[in-house]
Design a protein around this ligand. Sequence first.
Ligand code: ASP
Length: 425
Amino acid sequence: MRLHTKILIGLIAGAAAGVGVNLLAGEAAWVAAVNHYLFGPAGQIFLRLLIMVVIPLVFATLVLGVAGLGGLREVGRLGVWTLGYFVGTTTLAVALGLSLMNLIEPGAGLPADTARELVETYAEDASRRLEASAADRFGIQTIVEIVPRNPVQAAAEMQMLGVIFFSLMFGVGLSMLSRERAAPMLRVLEALAEVITKLIELAMRLAPYGVFALIFVVTSRFGWSLLGHLGLFVAVVVGGLLLHCLVTLNLALRFGAGVSPFWFWKGIRPAAITAFSTSSSNATLPTSILVAERNLGLPRELAGFVLPLGATLNMNGTALFEGAAVLFVAQVFGIELSLTQQLVVVVLSVLTAIGTAGVPGGSIPLLMVMAVSVGLPGEGIAIILGVDRLLDMCRTTVNVCGDLTAACVVARLDGLRQPRRESAA
Ligand code: ASP
Protein backbone atom coordinates (compact mmCIF):
# COMPACT_ATOMS: atom_id res chain seq x y z
CA MET A 1 0.00 0.00 0.00
CA ARG A 2 1.32 3.45 -0.86
CA LEU A 3 2.34 5.81 1.90
CA HIS A 4 -0.18 8.52 1.10
CA THR A 5 -3.00 5.95 1.24
CA LYS A 6 -1.78 4.82 4.66
CA ILE A 7 -1.63 8.43 5.86
CA LEU A 8 -5.15 9.03 4.61
CA ILE A 9 -6.34 5.94 6.47
CA GLY A 10 -4.59 7.25 9.61
CA LEU A 11 -6.41 10.55 9.21
CA ILE A 12 -9.85 9.04 8.70
CA ALA A 13 -9.42 6.41 11.41
CA GLY A 14 -8.12 9.04 13.89
CA ALA A 15 -11.01 11.37 13.16
CA ALA A 16 -13.62 8.60 13.37
CA ALA A 17 -12.20 7.21 16.61
CA GLY A 18 -11.81 10.69 18.12
CA VAL A 19 -15.33 11.86 17.25
CA GLY A 20 -16.77 8.52 18.41
CA VAL A 21 -14.99 8.68 21.77
CA ASN A 22 -15.96 12.34 22.14
CA LEU A 23 -19.65 11.55 21.65
CA LEU A 24 -19.69 8.44 23.84
CA ALA A 25 -17.32 9.39 26.65
CA GLY A 26 -16.01 12.89 25.99
CA GLU A 27 -15.68 13.84 29.66
CA ALA A 28 -14.40 10.47 30.95
CA ALA A 29 -11.13 10.42 32.88
CA TRP A 30 -9.77 7.54 30.80
CA VAL A 31 -10.04 9.62 27.62
CA ALA A 32 -7.98 12.38 29.23
CA ALA A 33 -5.47 9.77 30.43
CA VAL A 34 -5.18 8.11 27.01
CA ASN A 35 -4.59 11.50 25.44
CA HIS A 36 -2.14 12.56 28.10
CA TYR A 37 -0.04 9.41 28.20
CA LEU A 38 -0.45 7.87 24.77
CA PHE A 39 -1.80 9.81 21.80
CA GLY A 40 -0.67 13.27 22.97
CA PRO A 41 3.02 12.28 23.31
CA ALA A 42 2.88 10.09 20.17
CA GLY A 43 1.56 13.01 18.11
CA GLN A 44 4.11 15.39 19.62
CA ILE A 45 6.98 13.02 18.84
CA PHE A 46 5.91 12.85 15.19
CA LEU A 47 5.60 16.64 15.08
CA ARG A 48 9.02 17.10 16.63
CA LEU A 49 10.63 14.66 14.19
CA LEU A 50 9.47 16.97 11.42
CA ILE A 51 10.26 20.25 13.16
CA MET A 52 13.69 18.92 14.16
CA VAL A 53 14.86 19.02 10.54
CA VAL A 54 13.35 22.37 9.60
CA ILE A 55 16.30 24.64 10.44
CA PRO A 56 19.05 22.57 8.78
CA LEU A 57 16.70 21.91 5.86
CA VAL A 58 15.90 25.59 5.33
CA PHE A 59 19.57 26.50 5.56
CA ALA A 60 20.79 23.81 3.18
CA THR A 61 18.00 24.11 0.60
CA LEU A 62 18.00 27.91 0.55
CA VAL A 63 21.76 28.24 0.24
CA LEU A 64 21.82 25.58 -2.49
CA GLY A 65 18.79 27.23 -4.08
CA VAL A 66 20.44 30.64 -4.22
CA ALA A 67 23.77 29.23 -5.35
CA GLY A 68 22.02 27.09 -7.97
CA LEU A 69 20.10 30.07 -9.29
CA GLY A 70 23.31 31.85 -10.09
CA GLY A 71 23.63 35.02 -8.03
CA LEU A 72 22.11 38.13 -6.58
CA ARG A 73 20.42 39.27 -9.77
CA GLU A 74 18.70 35.92 -10.44
CA VAL A 75 17.66 35.62 -6.81
CA GLY A 76 16.31 39.18 -6.90
CA ARG A 77 14.25 38.43 -10.01
CA LEU A 78 12.87 35.21 -8.58
CA GLY A 79 12.25 36.96 -5.26
CA VAL A 80 10.15 39.63 -6.96
CA TRP A 81 8.06 37.01 -8.83
CA THR A 82 7.61 35.04 -5.65
CA LEU A 83 6.67 37.92 -3.35
CA GLY A 84 4.40 39.45 -5.99
CA TYR A 85 2.58 36.13 -6.34
CA PHE A 86 2.29 35.76 -2.53
CA VAL A 87 0.79 39.22 -2.04
CA GLY A 88 -1.54 38.86 -5.07
CA THR A 89 -3.08 35.52 -4.06
CA THR A 90 -3.24 36.47 -0.38
CA THR A 91 -5.19 39.63 -1.27
CA LEU A 92 -7.59 37.62 -3.43
CA ALA A 93 -8.11 35.19 -0.54
CA VAL A 94 -9.03 37.99 1.90
CA ALA A 95 -11.34 39.62 -0.66
CA LEU A 96 -13.13 36.31 -1.12
CA GLY A 97 -13.48 35.80 2.65
CA LEU A 98 -14.86 39.30 3.21
CA SER A 99 -17.31 39.01 0.30
CA LEU A 100 -18.74 35.78 1.69
CA MET A 101 -18.99 37.26 5.18
CA ASN A 102 -20.85 40.32 3.90
CA LEU A 103 -23.14 38.16 1.84
CA ILE A 104 -24.04 35.56 4.45
CA GLU A 105 -23.54 37.58 7.67
CA PRO A 106 -23.11 34.62 10.03
CA GLY A 107 -22.41 36.96 12.98
CA ALA A 108 -25.75 38.74 12.77
CA GLY A 109 -27.67 35.71 14.04
CA LEU A 110 -25.60 34.97 17.14
CA PRO A 111 -27.60 35.89 20.29
CA ALA A 112 -25.90 38.49 22.52
CA ASP A 113 -26.07 36.17 25.56
CA THR A 114 -24.27 33.38 23.73
CA ALA A 115 -21.61 35.85 22.57
CA ARG A 116 -21.09 37.08 26.14
CA GLU A 117 -20.88 33.51 27.42
CA LEU A 118 -18.29 32.58 24.77
CA VAL A 119 -16.20 35.68 25.54
CA GLU A 120 -16.24 34.82 29.26
CA THR A 121 -15.35 31.17 28.68
CA TYR A 122 -12.40 31.89 26.40
CA ALA A 123 -11.21 35.27 27.78
CA GLU A 124 -8.42 33.69 29.82
CA ASP A 125 -7.25 31.61 26.89
CA ALA A 126 -7.23 34.76 24.74
CA SER A 127 -5.10 36.81 27.13
CA ARG A 128 -2.71 33.89 27.66
CA ARG A 129 -2.13 33.64 23.92
CA LEU A 130 -1.59 37.38 23.57
CA GLU A 131 0.91 37.42 26.44
CA ALA A 132 2.86 34.47 25.06
CA SER A 133 3.39 36.15 21.71
CA ALA A 134 5.42 39.04 20.41
CA ALA A 135 2.32 40.54 18.77
CA ASP A 136 2.72 43.85 20.56
CA ARG A 137 6.05 44.29 18.83
CA PHE A 138 4.58 43.65 15.41
CA GLY A 139 5.46 46.73 13.41
CA ILE A 140 8.61 48.41 12.23
CA GLN A 141 10.73 46.36 14.66
CA THR A 142 9.61 43.22 12.81
CA ILE A 143 11.39 44.55 9.72
CA VAL A 144 14.57 45.31 11.68
CA GLU A 145 14.56 41.82 13.20
CA ILE A 146 14.59 40.16 9.80
CA VAL A 147 18.33 40.76 9.99
CA PRO A 148 19.50 38.56 12.85
CA ARG A 149 22.21 39.75 15.20
CA ASN A 150 23.29 36.18 15.68
CA PRO A 151 22.23 33.51 13.18
CA VAL A 152 22.78 30.70 15.68
CA GLN A 153 20.43 32.37 18.14
CA ALA A 154 17.87 32.98 15.38
CA ALA A 155 18.06 29.26 14.58
CA ALA A 156 17.83 28.25 18.23
CA GLU A 157 14.73 30.42 18.70
CA MET A 158 13.27 29.29 15.37
CA GLN A 159 12.98 32.85 14.09
CA MET A 160 12.34 31.80 10.55
CA LEU A 161 12.76 35.19 8.92
CA GLY A 162 16.19 35.62 10.50
CA VAL A 163 17.24 32.14 9.41
CA ILE A 164 15.95 32.76 5.89
CA PHE A 165 17.76 36.09 5.64
CA PHE A 166 21.05 34.61 6.80
CA SER A 167 20.69 31.64 4.44
CA LEU A 168 19.92 33.91 1.48
CA MET A 169 22.96 36.06 2.25
CA PHE A 170 25.12 32.97 2.70
CA GLY A 171 23.96 31.70 -0.69
CA VAL A 172 24.67 35.04 -2.32
CA GLY A 173 28.16 35.09 -0.78
CA LEU A 174 28.77 31.54 -1.95
CA SER A 175 27.71 32.39 -5.48
CA MET A 176 30.29 35.18 -5.51
CA LEU A 177 33.15 32.73 -5.02
CA SER A 178 34.91 31.06 -7.89
CA ARG A 179 33.59 27.63 -8.82
CA GLU A 180 36.65 25.97 -7.38
CA ARG A 181 36.46 27.81 -4.06
CA ALA A 182 32.75 27.23 -3.66
CA ALA A 183 32.89 23.50 -4.49
CA PRO A 184 33.72 22.08 -1.01
CA MET A 185 30.95 24.05 0.71
CA LEU A 186 28.47 23.09 -1.99
CA ARG A 187 29.38 19.43 -1.59
CA VAL A 188 28.89 19.59 2.17
CA LEU A 189 25.51 21.30 1.78
CA GLU A 190 24.39 18.83 -0.88
CA ALA A 191 25.27 15.96 1.41
CA LEU A 192 23.50 17.71 4.30
CA ALA A 193 20.35 18.17 2.18
CA GLU A 194 20.45 14.50 1.22
CA VAL A 195 20.84 13.34 4.80
CA ILE A 196 17.94 15.55 5.86
CA THR A 197 15.83 14.15 3.03
CA LYS A 198 16.48 10.65 4.38
CA LEU A 199 15.44 11.79 7.86
CA ILE A 200 12.22 13.21 6.42
CA GLU A 201 11.52 9.93 4.64
CA LEU A 202 12.01 8.07 7.91
CA ALA A 203 9.74 10.47 9.78
CA MET A 204 7.10 10.19 7.06
CA ARG A 205 7.05 6.42 7.47
CA LEU A 206 5.61 7.14 10.92
CA ALA A 207 3.12 9.63 9.48
CA PRO A 208 0.10 7.28 9.41
CA TYR A 209 0.46 6.72 13.16
CA GLY A 210 1.48 10.29 13.96
CA VAL A 211 -1.47 11.67 11.99
CA PHE A 212 -3.83 9.24 13.73
CA ALA A 213 -2.60 10.40 17.14
CA LEU A 214 -2.73 14.13 16.35
CA ILE A 215 -6.22 13.94 14.89
CA PHE A 216 -7.51 11.71 17.68
CA VAL A 217 -6.36 14.17 20.35
CA VAL A 218 -8.03 17.12 18.61
CA THR A 219 -11.32 15.44 17.73
CA SER A 220 -11.77 13.63 21.06
CA ARG A 221 -11.39 16.91 22.97
CA PHE A 222 -13.14 19.23 20.58
CA GLY A 223 -16.28 20.99 21.79
CA TRP A 224 -18.48 19.85 18.90
CA SER A 225 -21.50 21.42 20.55
CA LEU A 226 -19.95 24.82 19.77
CA LEU A 227 -20.78 24.19 16.14
CA GLY A 228 -24.40 24.74 17.13
CA HIS A 229 -23.60 28.43 17.66
CA LEU A 230 -20.61 28.96 15.43
CA GLY A 231 -21.45 26.45 12.70
CA LEU A 232 -22.40 29.07 10.13
CA PHE A 233 -19.17 31.01 10.68
CA VAL A 234 -17.16 27.78 10.38
CA ALA A 235 -19.07 26.87 7.22
CA VAL A 236 -18.39 30.27 5.65
CA VAL A 237 -14.66 30.10 6.42
CA VAL A 238 -14.30 26.49 5.27
CA GLY A 239 -16.41 27.24 2.18
CA GLY A 240 -14.21 30.26 1.43
CA LEU A 241 -11.06 28.17 1.80
CA LEU A 242 -12.46 25.53 -0.55
CA LEU A 243 -13.47 28.16 -3.08
CA HIS A 244 -10.00 29.68 -2.91
CA CYS A 245 -8.51 26.29 -3.78
CA LEU A 246 -11.06 25.45 -6.43
CA VAL A 247 -11.06 28.81 -8.16
CA THR A 248 -7.98 30.93 -7.42
CA LEU A 249 -5.41 28.17 -7.00
CA ASN A 250 -6.82 26.05 -9.82
CA LEU A 251 -6.75 29.04 -12.19
CA ALA A 252 -3.20 29.84 -11.10
CA LEU A 253 -2.22 26.22 -11.73
CA ARG A 254 -3.93 25.96 -15.08
CA PHE A 255 -2.99 29.33 -16.54
CA GLY A 256 -0.06 30.50 -14.39
CA ALA A 257 1.80 27.21 -14.10
CA GLY A 258 0.37 25.45 -17.15
CA VAL A 259 -0.22 22.19 -15.28
CA SER A 260 -3.29 20.07 -14.68
CA PRO A 261 -4.84 20.92 -11.29
CA PHE A 262 -5.93 17.29 -10.91
CA TRP A 263 -2.34 16.10 -11.32
CA PHE A 264 -1.22 18.73 -8.80
CA TRP A 265 -3.75 17.84 -6.09
CA LYS A 266 -2.96 14.17 -6.51
CA GLY A 267 0.76 14.79 -6.13
CA ILE A 268 0.59 16.97 -3.04
CA ARG A 269 -1.67 14.74 -0.93
CA PRO A 270 0.99 13.83 1.67
CA ALA A 271 1.78 17.53 2.27
CA ALA A 272 -1.91 18.48 2.49
CA ILE A 273 -2.64 15.75 5.04
CA THR A 274 0.45 16.64 7.08
CA ALA A 275 -0.63 20.29 7.12
CA PHE A 276 -4.17 19.35 8.14
CA SER A 277 -3.07 17.16 11.02
CA THR A 278 -0.19 19.29 12.35
CA SER A 279 -1.76 22.76 11.85
CA SER A 280 1.74 24.04 11.22
CA SER A 281 3.26 25.31 7.98
CA ASN A 282 6.73 25.01 9.50
CA ALA A 283 6.25 21.37 10.46
CA THR A 284 4.91 20.64 6.97
CA LEU A 285 7.83 22.28 5.15
CA PRO A 286 9.94 19.08 4.98
CA THR A 287 7.05 17.14 3.43
CA SER A 288 6.30 20.00 1.03
CA ILE A 289 9.87 20.08 -0.24
CA LEU A 290 9.82 16.31 -0.67
CA VAL A 291 6.61 16.25 -2.72
CA ALA A 292 7.64 19.31 -4.75
CA GLU A 293 10.75 17.51 -5.94
CA ARG A 294 9.45 13.98 -6.20
CA ASN A 295 5.84 14.36 -7.27
CA LEU A 296 5.77 17.73 -8.97
CA GLY A 297 9.20 17.40 -10.53
CA LEU A 298 10.22 20.90 -9.48
CA PRO A 299 13.92 21.70 -9.54
CA ARG A 300 15.50 21.57 -6.11
CA GLU A 301 16.88 25.10 -6.26
CA LEU A 302 13.42 26.43 -6.95
CA ALA A 303 11.61 24.35 -4.30
CA GLY A 304 14.40 25.20 -1.86
CA PHE A 305 13.88 28.88 -2.50
CA VAL A 306 10.11 29.31 -2.83
CA LEU A 307 8.84 26.83 -0.21
CA PRO A 308 10.76 28.06 2.87
CA LEU A 309 9.73 31.61 1.97
CA GLY A 310 6.17 30.42 1.42
CA ALA A 311 5.94 28.57 4.74
CA THR A 312 6.90 31.80 6.48
CA LEU A 313 5.33 34.56 4.35
CA ASN A 314 2.58 33.08 2.18
CA MET A 315 -0.56 32.30 4.15
CA ASN A 316 -3.62 32.48 1.91
CA GLY A 317 -5.80 30.50 4.30
CA THR A 318 -4.74 32.48 7.37
CA ALA A 319 -5.45 35.80 5.64
CA LEU A 320 -8.91 34.65 4.55
CA PHE A 321 -9.65 33.48 8.09
CA GLU A 322 -8.38 36.70 9.69
CA GLY A 323 -10.51 38.96 7.52
CA ALA A 324 -13.55 36.75 8.09
CA ALA A 325 -12.97 36.59 11.86
CA VAL A 326 -12.74 40.37 12.22
CA LEU A 327 -15.96 40.82 10.27
CA PHE A 328 -17.66 38.10 12.30
CA VAL A 329 -16.80 39.82 15.58
CA ALA A 330 -18.00 43.16 14.16
CA GLN A 331 -21.29 41.54 13.10
CA VAL A 332 -21.77 39.91 16.51
CA PHE A 333 -21.21 43.22 18.32
CA GLY A 334 -23.42 45.04 15.82
CA ILE A 335 -20.57 47.29 14.68
CA GLU A 336 -20.90 48.35 11.06
CA LEU A 337 -17.57 48.46 9.23
CA SER A 338 -17.57 50.95 6.35
CA LEU A 339 -16.08 50.12 2.97
CA THR A 340 -12.91 52.04 3.88
CA GLN A 341 -12.62 50.14 7.15
CA GLN A 342 -13.07 46.88 5.26
CA LEU A 343 -10.27 47.90 2.90
CA VAL A 344 -8.13 48.49 5.98
CA VAL A 345 -9.09 44.97 7.09
CA VAL A 346 -7.89 43.62 3.73
CA VAL A 347 -4.51 45.37 4.03
CA LEU A 348 -4.07 44.37 7.67
CA SER A 349 -5.06 40.77 6.98
CA VAL A 350 -2.44 40.51 4.25
CA LEU A 351 0.23 42.10 6.45
CA THR A 352 -0.56 40.06 9.55
CA ALA A 353 -0.74 36.85 7.50
CA ILE A 354 2.78 37.62 6.25
CA GLY A 355 3.87 38.21 9.85
CA THR A 356 2.17 35.09 11.27
CA ALA A 357 4.44 32.31 12.50
CA GLY A 358 3.79 28.94 10.83
CA VAL A 359 2.83 27.26 14.09
CA PRO A 360 -0.56 26.11 15.45
CA GLY A 361 -2.65 29.15 16.34
CA GLY A 362 0.12 31.48 15.13
CA SER A 363 -2.33 34.01 13.78
CA ILE A 364 -4.47 34.50 16.88
CA PRO A 365 -2.34 37.12 18.71
CA LEU A 366 -1.97 39.24 15.57
CA LEU A 367 -5.67 38.85 14.91
CA MET A 368 -6.44 40.39 18.31
CA VAL A 369 -4.12 43.32 17.59
CA MET A 370 -5.80 43.76 14.22
CA ALA A 371 -9.32 43.70 15.71
CA VAL A 372 -8.37 46.49 18.13
CA SER A 373 -6.87 48.59 15.35
CA VAL A 374 -10.16 48.64 13.43
CA GLY A 375 -12.04 49.65 16.58
CA LEU A 376 -13.37 46.28 17.77
CA PRO A 377 -13.02 44.94 21.32
CA GLY A 378 -9.84 42.79 21.24
CA GLU A 379 -11.32 40.21 23.59
CA GLY A 380 -14.13 39.74 21.04
CA ILE A 381 -11.83 37.31 19.24
CA ALA A 382 -12.39 35.00 22.23
CA ILE A 383 -15.79 34.21 20.68
CA ILE A 384 -14.21 32.06 18.00
CA LEU A 385 -11.37 30.48 20.01
CA GLY A 386 -13.41 27.35 20.74
CA VAL A 387 -13.49 26.44 17.05
CA ASP A 388 -10.04 27.77 16.24
CA ARG A 389 -8.25 24.44 16.13
CA LEU A 390 -10.64 23.07 13.55
CA LEU A 391 -10.26 26.19 11.42
CA ASP A 392 -6.49 26.16 11.95
CA MET A 393 -6.28 22.69 10.42
CA CYS A 394 -8.20 23.85 7.37
CA ARG A 395 -6.42 27.18 6.88
CA THR A 396 -2.96 25.64 7.34
CA THR A 397 -3.79 23.12 4.60
CA VAL A 398 -4.68 25.99 2.27
CA ASN A 399 -1.52 27.88 3.31
CA VAL A 400 0.61 24.90 2.31
CA CYS A 401 -1.31 24.22 -0.93
CA GLY A 402 -0.82 27.92 -1.75
CA ASP A 403 2.95 27.57 -1.24
CA LEU A 404 3.14 24.56 -3.54
CA THR A 405 1.00 26.33 -6.16
CA ALA A 406 3.36 29.30 -5.89
CA ALA A 407 6.35 27.06 -6.56
CA CYS A 408 4.71 25.69 -9.75
CA VAL A 409 3.72 29.15 -10.97
CA VAL A 410 7.09 30.75 -10.24
CA ALA A 411 8.84 27.86 -12.01
CA ARG A 412 6.89 28.66 -15.17
CA LEU A 413 7.11 32.44 -14.84
CA ASP A 414 10.81 32.31 -14.41
CA GLY A 415 11.31 30.01 -17.34
CA LEU A 416 12.76 27.30 -15.15
CA ARG A 417 12.05 23.72 -15.99
CA GLN A 418 8.35 23.10 -16.23
CA PRO A 419 6.97 20.77 -13.58
CA ARG A 420 6.47 17.22 -14.80
CA ARG A 421 2.89 16.38 -15.47
CA GLU A 422 2.90 12.75 -14.49
CA SER A 423 2.75 11.93 -10.81
CA ALA A 424 5.09 9.64 -8.97
CA ALA A 425 3.14 9.86 -5.69
N1 ASP B 1 -1.27 27.42 11.78
C1 ASP B 1 -1.06 28.32 10.68
C2 ASP B 1 0.14 27.86 9.87
O1 ASP B 1 1.05 27.27 10.41
C3 ASP B 1 -0.90 29.73 11.11
C4 ASP B 1 -2.21 30.25 11.65
O2 ASP B 1 -3.05 30.66 10.85
O3 ASP B 1 -2.43 30.24 12.85
O4 ASP B 1 0.20 28.06 8.68
